[in-house]
Design a binder for this molecule. Structure first.
Ligand code: DHB
Ligand code: FE
Length: 288
Protein backbone atom coordinates (compact mmCIF):
# COMPACT_ATOMS: atom_id res chain seq x y z
CA UNK A 1 0.00 0.00 0.00
CA UNK A 2 1.31 3.48 -0.77
CA UNK A 3 1.50 5.90 2.09
CA UNK A 4 0.06 9.32 1.37
CA UNK A 5 1.85 10.84 4.36
CA UNK A 6 4.28 10.05 7.15
CA UNK A 7 3.05 7.92 10.01
CA UNK A 8 1.99 9.97 13.00
CA UNK A 9 4.18 9.59 16.06
CA UNK A 10 2.88 9.23 19.58
CA UNK A 11 4.66 12.47 20.44
CA UNK A 12 2.93 14.26 17.56
CA UNK A 13 -0.58 12.91 18.15
CA UNK A 14 -0.20 13.11 21.93
CA UNK A 15 0.93 16.72 22.07
CA UNK A 16 -1.68 17.77 19.47
CA UNK A 17 -4.36 16.05 21.55
CA UNK A 18 -3.08 17.80 24.70
CA UNK A 19 -3.07 21.20 22.96
CA UNK A 20 -6.57 20.62 21.59
CA UNK A 21 -7.84 19.58 25.03
CA UNK A 22 -6.37 22.68 26.67
CA UNK A 23 -7.94 24.90 23.99
CA UNK A 24 -11.43 23.44 24.15
CA UNK A 25 -12.14 22.06 27.61
CA UNK A 26 -13.88 24.04 30.31
CA UNK A 27 -12.10 23.87 33.62
CA UNK A 28 -14.08 23.43 36.83
CA UNK A 29 -12.97 26.48 38.82
CA UNK A 30 -11.13 25.97 42.09
CA UNK A 31 -13.52 25.62 45.01
CA UNK A 32 -16.48 24.70 42.78
CA UNK A 33 -16.39 21.09 43.98
CA UNK A 34 -17.26 20.56 47.64
CA UNK A 35 -14.43 19.14 49.78
CA UNK A 36 -16.58 16.11 50.69
CA UNK A 37 -16.93 15.19 47.02
CA UNK A 38 -13.18 15.56 46.38
CA UNK A 39 -12.35 13.53 49.46
CA UNK A 40 -14.88 10.79 48.71
CA UNK A 41 -13.79 10.24 45.09
CA UNK A 42 -10.04 10.63 45.61
CA UNK A 43 -10.12 8.34 48.66
CA UNK A 44 -11.85 5.70 46.53
CA UNK A 45 -9.30 6.07 43.70
CA UNK A 46 -6.39 5.76 46.14
CA UNK A 47 -8.03 2.79 47.85
CA UNK A 48 -8.17 1.05 44.46
CA UNK A 49 -4.45 1.68 43.95
CA UNK A 50 -3.58 0.56 47.49
CA UNK A 51 -5.65 -2.56 47.04
CA UNK A 52 -3.88 -3.46 43.77
CA UNK A 53 -0.48 -3.02 45.45
CA UNK A 54 -1.45 -5.31 48.37
CA UNK A 55 -3.19 -7.93 46.23
CA UNK A 56 -0.34 -8.15 43.74
CA UNK A 57 2.52 -7.46 46.19
CA UNK A 58 3.89 -4.67 44.03
CA UNK A 59 7.66 -4.26 44.62
CA UNK A 60 9.81 -1.14 44.95
CA UNK A 61 11.34 -1.56 41.44
CA UNK A 62 7.81 -1.87 40.01
CA UNK A 63 6.65 1.21 41.92
CA UNK A 64 9.63 3.22 40.62
CA UNK A 65 9.01 1.97 37.04
CA UNK A 66 5.37 3.07 37.33
CA UNK A 67 6.48 6.52 38.54
CA UNK A 68 8.86 6.87 35.58
CA UNK A 69 6.13 5.75 33.18
CA UNK A 70 3.61 8.25 34.59
CA UNK A 71 6.21 11.02 34.17
CA UNK A 72 6.70 9.87 30.55
CA UNK A 73 2.93 10.01 29.89
CA UNK A 74 2.92 13.66 31.00
CA UNK A 75 6.08 14.62 29.14
CA UNK A 76 4.80 12.94 25.96
CA UNK A 77 1.51 14.84 26.24
CA UNK A 78 -0.35 11.51 26.24
CA UNK A 79 -2.77 12.05 29.12
CA UNK A 80 -5.75 12.73 26.78
CA UNK A 81 -4.96 9.64 24.68
CA UNK A 82 -4.45 7.40 27.71
CA UNK A 83 -7.50 8.58 29.66
CA UNK A 84 -9.81 8.50 26.64
CA UNK A 85 -8.74 4.95 25.80
CA UNK A 86 -8.80 3.41 29.27
CA UNK A 87 -11.12 5.52 31.40
CA UNK A 88 -13.61 7.58 29.36
CA UNK A 89 -15.89 4.64 28.55
CA UNK A 90 -16.86 4.31 32.22
CA UNK A 91 -17.55 8.05 32.58
CA UNK A 92 -19.77 7.75 29.51
CA UNK A 93 -21.48 4.66 30.96
CA UNK A 94 -22.40 6.66 34.07
CA UNK A 95 -23.56 9.67 32.01
CA UNK A 96 -25.59 7.40 29.71
CA UNK A 97 -27.68 6.06 32.61
CA UNK A 98 -29.93 9.10 32.27
CA UNK A 99 -29.97 9.34 28.45
CA UNK A 100 -32.83 8.27 26.20
CA UNK A 101 -32.64 7.85 22.44
CA UNK A 102 -29.53 6.98 20.46
CA UNK A 103 -26.78 5.44 22.55
CA UNK A 104 -23.75 7.59 23.19
CA UNK A 105 -20.14 6.57 23.45
CA UNK A 106 -16.78 8.22 24.08
CA UNK A 107 -15.73 11.53 22.50
CA UNK A 108 -12.07 10.51 22.25
CA UNK A 109 -9.16 12.93 21.87
CA UNK A 110 -9.56 13.94 18.21
CA UNK A 111 -12.62 16.19 18.12
CA UNK A 112 -12.00 19.68 16.73
CA UNK A 113 -14.77 22.31 17.00
CA UNK A 114 -15.78 24.89 14.38
CA UNK A 115 -15.48 22.78 11.25
CA UNK A 116 -16.97 23.66 7.85
CA UNK A 117 -20.79 23.95 7.83
CA UNK A 118 -22.32 21.84 5.07
CA UNK A 119 -25.84 21.41 3.66
CA UNK A 120 -27.97 18.30 4.26
CA UNK A 121 -26.64 16.61 1.13
CA UNK A 122 -22.89 17.13 1.12
CA UNK A 123 -19.49 15.56 0.72
CA UNK A 124 -16.99 15.97 3.55
CA UNK A 125 -13.86 17.96 2.68
CA UNK A 126 -11.31 15.49 1.34
CA UNK A 127 -8.16 15.38 -0.77
CA UNK A 128 -8.65 15.06 -4.55
CA UNK A 129 -7.03 11.62 -4.38
CA UNK A 130 -8.49 10.65 -0.99
CA UNK A 131 -7.80 6.91 -0.66
CA UNK A 132 -10.56 4.56 0.48
CA UNK A 133 -13.90 3.12 -0.50
CA UNK A 134 -16.50 5.88 -1.07
CA UNK A 135 -19.28 5.78 1.52
CA UNK A 136 -22.67 7.44 1.57
CA UNK A 137 -23.95 7.88 5.11
CA UNK A 138 -27.62 8.80 5.23
CA UNK A 139 -30.54 8.94 7.65
CA UNK A 140 -32.83 11.11 9.70
CA UNK A 141 -32.72 12.84 13.07
CA UNK A 142 -35.89 12.21 15.07
CA UNK A 143 -37.22 13.00 18.52
CA UNK A 144 -38.27 10.34 21.03
CA UNK A 145 -41.83 10.42 19.60
CA UNK A 146 -40.45 9.54 16.14
CA UNK A 147 -41.05 13.00 14.68
CA UNK A 148 -38.36 14.64 12.52
CA UNK A 149 -36.07 17.15 14.20
CA UNK A 150 -35.50 20.15 11.92
CA UNK A 151 -32.28 22.19 12.17
CA UNK A 152 -30.37 19.20 13.54
CA UNK A 153 -26.60 19.42 13.13
CA UNK A 154 -24.36 16.42 12.61
CA UNK A 155 -20.83 17.29 13.65
CA UNK A 156 -18.91 14.43 12.06
CA UNK A 157 -15.21 13.49 12.02
CA UNK A 158 -13.36 10.30 11.30
CA UNK A 159 -10.02 8.76 10.45
CA UNK A 160 -8.89 8.29 6.86
CA UNK A 161 -8.30 5.04 4.99
CA UNK A 162 -5.09 4.56 7.00
CA UNK A 163 -6.57 5.28 10.40
CA UNK A 164 -5.20 8.83 10.71
CA UNK A 165 -7.07 11.98 11.81
CA UNK A 166 -6.60 15.41 10.24
CA UNK A 167 -5.22 17.91 12.74
CA UNK A 168 -3.31 15.18 14.59
CA UNK A 169 -1.28 13.29 11.98
CA UNK A 170 1.24 14.94 9.66
CA UNK A 171 0.54 15.62 5.99
CA UNK A 172 -3.28 15.74 6.09
CA UNK A 173 -4.96 19.08 5.25
CA UNK A 174 -6.80 20.81 8.09
CA UNK A 175 -10.48 19.91 8.17
CA UNK A 176 -10.04 16.75 6.09
CA UNK A 177 -12.92 14.31 6.71
CA UNK A 178 -14.54 16.70 9.18
CA UNK A 179 -17.68 18.80 8.85
CA UNK A 180 -20.87 20.07 10.46
CA UNK A 181 -23.77 18.88 8.31
CA UNK A 182 -27.07 20.72 8.78
CA UNK A 183 -29.97 18.33 8.20
CA UNK A 184 -32.95 19.46 6.10
CA UNK A 185 -36.39 20.50 7.42
CA UNK A 186 -37.26 16.81 7.85
CA UNK A 187 -34.07 16.07 9.78
CA UNK A 188 -32.66 14.16 6.82
CA UNK A 189 -29.02 14.06 5.73
CA UNK A 190 -26.84 12.37 3.11
CA UNK A 191 -23.10 12.62 3.70
CA UNK A 192 -20.49 11.54 1.17
CA UNK A 193 -17.18 10.38 2.61
CA UNK A 194 -14.82 7.40 2.51
CA UNK A 195 -14.90 4.39 4.78
CA UNK A 196 -12.41 4.91 7.64
CA UNK A 197 -9.83 2.27 8.59
CA UNK A 198 -9.38 0.89 12.11
CA UNK A 199 -7.39 3.19 14.40
CA UNK A 200 -4.18 2.12 16.08
CA UNK A 201 -2.96 3.82 19.25
CA UNK A 202 0.51 5.18 18.44
CA UNK A 203 2.84 2.39 19.52
CA UNK A 204 6.00 4.45 20.04
CA UNK A 205 4.95 6.40 23.15
CA UNK A 206 4.26 5.52 26.78
CA UNK A 207 0.66 4.37 26.13
CA UNK A 208 1.94 2.09 23.37
CA UNK A 209 4.74 0.82 25.63
CA UNK A 210 2.19 -0.09 28.30
CA UNK A 211 0.05 -1.94 25.74
CA UNK A 212 3.09 -3.89 24.49
CA UNK A 213 4.33 -4.59 28.04
CA UNK A 214 0.91 -5.97 29.00
CA UNK A 215 0.57 -8.04 25.81
CA UNK A 216 -2.61 -6.22 24.74
CA UNK A 217 -3.41 -5.00 21.21
CA UNK A 218 -3.55 -1.29 20.31
CA UNK A 219 -6.56 -1.28 17.97
CA UNK A 220 -9.94 0.40 17.83
CA UNK A 221 -12.44 -0.81 15.18
CA UNK A 222 -13.14 1.56 12.27
CA UNK A 223 -15.62 4.23 13.33
CA UNK A 224 -17.36 7.49 12.47
CA UNK A 225 -17.50 10.04 15.28
CA UNK A 226 -20.61 12.22 15.63
CA UNK A 227 -22.04 14.86 17.89
CA UNK A 228 -25.69 15.32 16.92
CA UNK A 229 -27.33 18.46 18.30
CA UNK A 230 -30.52 20.47 17.76
CA UNK A 231 -32.22 23.38 19.54
CA UNK A 232 -34.06 22.18 22.66
CA UNK A 233 -32.57 18.68 22.42
CA UNK A 234 -29.93 16.97 24.52
CA UNK A 235 -26.87 16.57 22.28
CA UNK A 236 -25.56 13.09 21.73
CA UNK A 237 -21.87 12.23 21.38
CA UNK A 238 -21.49 8.88 19.70
CA UNK A 239 -19.62 6.68 17.25
CA UNK A 240 -20.81 4.31 14.55
CA UNK A 241 -18.92 1.12 13.73
CA UNK A 242 -19.00 -1.26 10.76
CA UNK A 243 -20.54 -4.74 10.87
CA UNK A 244 -17.95 -7.47 10.44
CA UNK A 245 -15.04 -5.06 10.90
CA UNK A 246 -11.81 -5.99 12.64
CA UNK A 247 -11.57 -5.33 16.40
CA UNK A 248 -15.33 -4.80 16.78
CA UNK A 249 -15.36 -7.34 19.59
CA UNK A 250 -12.11 -6.29 21.24
CA UNK A 251 -11.94 -2.47 21.07
CA UNK A 252 -8.98 -1.32 23.20
CA UNK A 253 -11.14 1.65 24.30
CA UNK A 254 -14.15 -0.60 25.14
CA UNK A 255 -16.41 1.96 23.44
CA UNK A 256 -18.48 -0.22 21.08
CA UNK A 257 -22.18 -0.93 21.61
CA UNK A 258 -24.33 -3.33 19.57
CA UNK A 259 -26.81 -0.51 18.77
CA UNK A 260 -24.04 1.52 17.11
CA UNK A 261 -23.10 -0.76 14.21
CA UNK A 262 -23.70 0.21 10.58
CA UNK A 263 -24.15 -2.41 7.89
CA UNK A 264 -23.21 -0.68 4.62
CA UNK A 265 -24.28 -2.25 1.35
CA UNK A 266 -22.92 -1.48 -2.13
CA UNK A 267 -25.13 0.84 -4.23
CA UNK A 268 -25.47 0.55 -8.03
CA UNK A 269 -22.69 3.15 -8.46
CA UNK A 270 -20.23 1.04 -6.42
CA UNK A 271 -20.25 3.33 -3.38
CA UNK A 272 -21.16 1.85 0.00
CA UNK A 273 -24.40 3.11 1.49
CA UNK A 274 -25.09 3.05 5.24
CA UNK A 275 -28.28 4.26 6.91
CA UNK A 276 -28.74 5.36 10.50
CA UNK A 277 -31.50 7.31 12.23
CA UNK A 278 -30.63 9.28 15.34
CA UNK A 279 -33.08 9.85 18.19
CA UNK A 280 -32.61 12.91 20.40
CA UNK A 281 -34.41 13.47 23.69
CA UNK A 282 -35.55 16.87 24.92
CA UNK A 283 -32.88 18.73 26.85
CA UNK A 284 -33.20 19.08 30.58
CA UNK A 285 -32.94 22.72 31.63
CA UNK A 286 -29.70 22.48 33.58
CA UNK A 287 -26.07 23.04 32.71
CA UNK A 288 -24.25 19.85 31.69
C1 DHB B 1 -8.43 7.41 21.02
C2 DHB B 1 -8.52 7.56 19.65
C3 DHB B 1 -9.73 7.50 19.01
O1 DHB B 1 -9.88 7.66 17.67
C4 DHB B 1 -10.89 7.32 19.74
O2 DHB B 1 -12.04 7.29 19.06
C5 DHB B 1 -10.81 7.16 21.11
C6 DHB B 1 -9.57 7.20 21.74
C7 DHB B 1 -7.09 7.51 21.70
O3 DHB B 1 -6.08 7.38 21.04
O4 DHB B 1 -7.09 7.76 22.92
FE1 FE C 1 -11.68 7.87 16.97
Amino acid sequence: MTTAHDSPTAAGSGSSASASFRATSRRISAGAVPAERVSEVVTAVLAGVHDAIRTHEVTYPEFQAAKQWLMDVGEGGEWPLLLDVFVEHVVEEVAACSQLGTKGTILGPYYLPDQLKLPATATLPMRPDEPGIPLVFTGQVQDTAGDPVPEAELDIWHADDQGYYSGFAPGIPDGNLRGVVVADGEGRFEIGTVRPAPYQIPTDGPTGRLITAAGWHPWRPAHLHLIVRAPGKRPITTQLYFAGGDWLDSDVAEATKPELVLDPKPQQDGRLRAEYDFVLEDSVEESE
